[in-house]
Design a protein around this ligand. Structure first.
Ligand code: IVH
Length: 718
């Protein structure tokens, strides 16, 4: 019988040996998939769980550590590397909509933002959302210069040589095109080419590929352009980056221009004027979907007028003028083999269902998130029932699994007829499975309701929380330290040699020095080697100076995600200013506290979490050690060149007539101003429309500059 999932300390030595053997094989299998073929079968979190299990078993019986143990292969095979390309304009993603109501809300939001009435019709384009890889292709004086993947949106990978092998993408544009042209679109593999490739793989006795998207990715992300050339990749142009001249004034005409320049464009793109027409086109594309020779996962709607697009602008990661209307998720039946608990950075105990592998919409699914203990019971976040009374999820149950796009699969319901007579309901642990501390559900002070998440109270003593914290710290949007991934963090965390230990973030930056004074050398450890150790130190040292928002995000304060970190960095500019406010706001009252709460986009829950974080002496100690090693850079103010309001704090009050409140705010922010919700000593300008009341009084009282909407417009159009 498999011992998987049993508590480590209940196993016999024989059981541990058998499980270690199985884990070594399984992890090696996933390593090969991950590094070699771009077609992983499990999520990073699940992979990490396997590694953690392996480590825990080895810790119990060190004498059983195998020669081929995954813990000995630290750096594993490196994946191929491409040089980085910084995008001239960031490559953004799209917001998703899932229902007709969502689409109505999106359209209504556009009208509202622009202050348009329903009869002042706004045109939208609607086109398929291609399930491939987005690419930015730059032409200078008509010649293809670079092609880059999306990467993190700011920096992508240089795959020019591979892109040149795609016959559909012109190397040379016709005469008369603008000097700089960046075409963006999707590289994909046709379904028919994918099937032919898999037939060939099968005939040669090789492993087949999972789906066209991953195969396209794998075909691009390898260094031999000949292989890419043999894969028959294709392309659709649908967007652009930098353009030295704009050849058209609408989304639709831009794409037609790309077609004239020789790019393939999607024939199903239409320009439409009403929500009803948009939804009808969505249905039409949905009907054609099975017959298309490429995978699509929804329909993208974009405001057609480029002038209106510019007015609508962007949220942190996605444009306000576009949305992706996703097709309904695909479903399948399978069995829950067991329920496991993962412990996250903030101590949240997240149950995961291990499933009998099943293909859902072309992808093999082996896990589904169960969210929290209420979800298992069939209770939603607001206490409502999400499944019939007795449909709680039990080990051994047959369930309906749903997968939508890249989202983690969900279990929708239990097939009760198939439930075994002796299946007992799942007992959610009341202690942390990693450190054994009590796991509790906090009660929200305001609502008096119990949080749906049970959290480990172990804090720093919990190995899972500590390592997850470190993994967050080095992750792509935080310190982004190359060569310090999840596996390496586990290795350094568990290491008993003080010169090889990383337990808290500052330890990362003292590693090299500790190593210089030590006889146990990292470069002699299996999986590292001299070159990779040199690279690791270089990568660490490169981050001794770091953007302030990355620094704040990396701290891993609860509720402080990337966009909140950016807001904070913009508002306080320097780490010193930020830290001072955090300390002064400790009593949850006073100027610093009010200031923090006045930042638009920072609510009380977030503010409280930050202040609590800074009250914890252990956090202060870690931060102080960190600040000895790294320097957060002063935050840059966006587009400040020539802006008369850059760095100024502005409050809008009363009713505005020329702009909606949202547009005024977005416009001010794009000019580098900070928009606050209440007036304080730090406010620079109050823009007051008719009906302004207490905020205007307060501004006058404090001697803050006030102006009306016209004066504000005159100021910013300077
Ligand atoms: S427009 C600023 N149009 O979807 C908006 N994106 O979720 C730029 N995608 O990264 C994207 N088909 O890879 C756009 N017709 C289409 C698309 C499309 C596929 C992908 C693209 C993007 C992702 C956003």
């Amino acid at each position: 019988m498999s011992t998987e999932g049993s508590a480590v300390d209940t196993l016999t030595i024989e059981e541990v040996a058998a499980e270690l053997e199985r884990l070594a094989k399984e992890i090696a299998h996933h390593d090969a998939l991950y590094h070699g073929k771009d077609q992983p079968e499990i999520s990073d979190a699940d992979y990490d769980a396997l590694k953690r299990r392996n480590d825990a078993l080895e810790a119990r019986f060190p004498e059983l550590i195998r020669d081929d143990s995954p813990s000995r292969r630290v750096g594993a095979a490196p994946s191929v590397t491409f040089s980085p390309v910084v995008h001239a304009r960031p490559m953004l993603s799209l917001d998703n909509t899932f229902s007709q109501e969502d689409v109505q809300d999106f359209v209504a939001g556009v009208y509202r933002f622009l202050g348009r009435l329903p009869d002042q019709s706004i045109a939208f384009t609607a086109e398929p959302k291609i399930d491939g890889l987005s690419m930015s292709i730059r032409y200078e004086n008509g010649r293809l210069m670079t092609a880059a993947t999306r990467g993190d949106g700011t920096t992508g990978e240089n795959v020019t040589a591979n892109i040149r092998t795609i016959a559909e993408i012109p190397n040379q544009l016709p005469k008369g095109v603008p000097a700089v042209v960046e075409i963006r679109g999707e590289v994909y593999m046709a379904k028919s080419d994918f099937l032919a490739l898999n037939r060939q793989m099968e005939a040669e006795g090789k492993q087949t590929y999972v789906n066209p998207r991953n195969t396209a990715a794998g075909s691009l992300r390898q260094l031999d352009a000949k292989v890419t050339a043999s894969r028959k990749l294709k392309f659709f142009a649908y967007a652009w980056g930098e353009m030295s001249d704009m050849p058209a004034e609408t989304q639709f005409a831009m794409v037609q221009t790309f077609k004239d320049w020789g790019f393939p464009v999607n024939p199903l793109m239409k320009r439409l004027n009403s929500v009803a027409d948009i939804l009808a086109h969505y249905d039409e594309i949905g009907l054609e979907r099975p017959d298309l020779d490429y995978d699509i996962d929804g329909v993208v709607y974009k405001v057609d007028s480029l002038e209106l697009q510019a007015r609508l602008g962007f949220r942190s990661r996605s444009p306000r003028w576009a949305t992706a209307h996703k097709f309904p998720a695909e479903q399948a039946f399978t069995e829950v083999e067991k329920i496991e608990i993962q412990v996250g950075r903030t101590g949240a105990l997240t149950p995961v269902a291990r499933l009998k592998p099943i293909t859902v919409g072309g992808v093999v699914v082996t896990n589904a998130t169960l969210h929290n203990e209420d979800y298992i019971k069939g209770i939603g976040n607001s206490g409502e029932r999400i499944r019939p009374d007795d449909h709680d999820i039990r080990e051994g149950d047959t369930v309906i699994v749903q997968r939508a796009g890249d989202v983690i699969p969900q279990i929708l319901d239990v097939v009760m007829e198939k439930r075994a007579a002796d299946a007992g309901s799942y007992e959610f642990p009341k202690t942390c499975p990693v450190c054994g501390s009590h796991a509790v559900r906090e009660v929200n002070e305001k609502t008096g309701k119990m949080d749906s998440v049970r959290r480990c109270t172990g804090g720093f003593i919990c190995r899972a929380q500590a390592t997850e914290h470190l993994k967050h710290f080095v992750s792509r949007n935080a310190f982004d330290i190359e060569g310090l991934g999840s596996k390496q963090i586990d290795f350094f965390f568990e290491n008993e040699d003080p010169s090889l230990q990383i337990r808290t973030a500052p330890d990362i930056f003292t590693l090299e020095k500790r190593q210089q004074q030590s006889l146990t050398k990292l470069e002699n450890i299996d999986g590292f080697g001299k070159v990779s150790v040199g690279k690791l130190y270089a990568a660490i040292n490169e981050r001794r100076s770091i953007a302030l928002h990355r620094f704040i995000y990396a701290l891993g304060i609860r509720h402080v995600g990337e966009s909140t970190a950016k807001l904070l960095a913009r508002s306080y500019s320097t780490y010193e200013a930020f830290a001072t406010v955090m300390k002064e706001a400790a009593p949850l009252s006073g100027d610093a506290w009010n200031d923090l709460n006045a930042i638009e986009g920072i609510g009380e829950v977030v503010a409280r979490a930050m202040v609590e974080f800074y009250k914890e002496p252990r956090n202060i100690e870690v931060i102080n050690r960190l600040i000895d090693e790294v320097t957060p850079e002063e935050a840059e103010q966006p587009v400040t060149a020539g802006s008369p309001v850059a760095g100024k704090t502005v409050v809008f009050t009363g009713s505005l007539e020329k702009f909606t409140r949202d547009e005024a705010k977005a416009r001010a922010e794009s000019l580098g101003a900070k928009v606050a919700g209440s007036v304080s000593k730090k406010t620079d300008i109050v823009v007051a429309g008719p009906g302004a009341g207490s905020k205007l009084d307060k501004a006058r009282e404090l001697g803050v500059q006030t102006m009306d909407e016209d004066e504000w417009l005159a100021l910013i159009s300077g």
